[in-house]
Ligand binder design. Sequence first.
Ligand SMILES: NC(=O)c1ccc[n+]([C@@H]2O[C@H](COP(=O)([O-])OP(=O)(O)OC[C@H]3O[C@@H](n4cnc5c(N)ncnc54)[C@H](O)[C@@H]3O)[C@@H](O)[C@H]2O)c1
Length: 429
Amino acid sequence: MERRKFIKSAALGTGAITLAHTYSFASNTTKKVKIGFIGVGGRGQGLLNEILTLDWVEVPAICDINPNALAASQEIFKKHGRQKPSEYGIDELDYKRLVERDDLDAVIIATYWQWHTPMAVDAMKAGKYVGVEVPAALTVDECWQLVDTSEETGMPCMMMENWSFRQDNLAVLNMIRAGMYGDIVHCHCAHSHDCIDHWFFDKETGKDKWPAEFLVKYNRDQYPTHSLGPVLSWMDIPCGDTFDHITSMATDSKGINTMFTERFGKDHPSARRKYAQGDIVTSMIRTKMGKSIIVNYDMQLPRPYDNEWKIQGTLGIYNEQRTSLYLKNRSPEYHQWEAFAPYQDKYNHNFWKSNYQGEGHGGVDLIELGYFAEAVRDKIQTPIDVYESVLMSCVVALSGDSIAKGSQPVEIPDFTRGKWKTIKPSFAI
Ligand SMILES: NC(=O)c1ccc[n+]([C@@H]2O[C@H](COP(=O)([O-])OP(=O)(O)OC[C@H]3O[C@@H](n4cnc5c(N)ncnc54)[C@H](O)[C@@H]3O)[C@@H](O)[C@H]2O)c1
């Protein structure tokens, strides 16, 4: 495949991180990349299954406190004809031995949420690139820990936000960058995914799985990054604009109790338990340059999956639910929707013409992993950087703060310390 190089000089000028984004659109390389995995449960195994298709990526070590997860992962290595990796996981801190290995270039973290930041910080301190699952951080203090450690060590930290790499979202990004929607003034996004019947609680027994405790203790947008990921690139955040403040509102919590009552009876302890988490959380974010974003959390009511992306600009509108758009200077009929599909073909992003043709999440996972691994290989900035990672993640904590204060606006810290005014857009350039 022809090797095409797009080099965007995106020196961030912040701390030690002055690496440029570079995309090669090819995996013809003899240089190997060595990546360790921490957390090889459902998501970790999914990522392993994709990344092991890249012959220039090796995974010499895996870590998990659950022996069953380690055993199931070994089967994935066998399936791909790969060498057996070393295993870690004698206790919750054993990952530290993995990140200290001097043969690793990077680690990918797919553990429980509360471990993401501590593991990412330790890995960066050990000189490793970090790819960390969503959300990267649970508190504002953790967000700062990631930024400070990344700046101090010079090690990039990418939250693995796969929806930023979706084919439709990237085609829309190309159209925005071609000026077709004019100035973007507003976006709507949602994570509408009923997860209480399989992910928060066990499908068969109803027993708590590890994320259930977050629904008992907290009332906030627990999962804002899949919805916000593409919005950041559509709105040039934090590269020309950034978040200013957030106002959030939650409904009462009814969905979880109803699900348990219906499936296990009204006397089941989980049917009678009180959950802090409201069913629907709606957050409004105002940006410093006067734009707005609506972010919906919707994971506890029965419904098909949806992201409800909508973009409004001075020259047009895109509506993902309708798979339609309207462009003032282009659409054939005045104020009538037209189909998005031909535009997706025409503005298809180069990421989707690459060698990274995988299966996970409709193909996005291998594209995300491929470009992460290329960044590690070429010692350049990761496709999603630490500032983008924490801006998406901070909505977890700050939506909770706003809800607790009766929906009062809460300031969103400027994690770039003013650099958002000069950083140039570089995601998927
Ligand atoms: N991007 C996506 O599309 C996507 C999809 C699903 C899950 N996720 C994210 O992936 C992460 C994992 O979710 P999951 O569904 O795979 O959960 P899971 O329970 O299936 O896997 C988590 C694994 O982490 C291990 N673990 C926990 N603490 C550990 C520690 N201290 N040391 C070593 N191993 C540890 C557990 O034993 C478990 O095997 C979560 O952060 C979740 O939000 C992302």
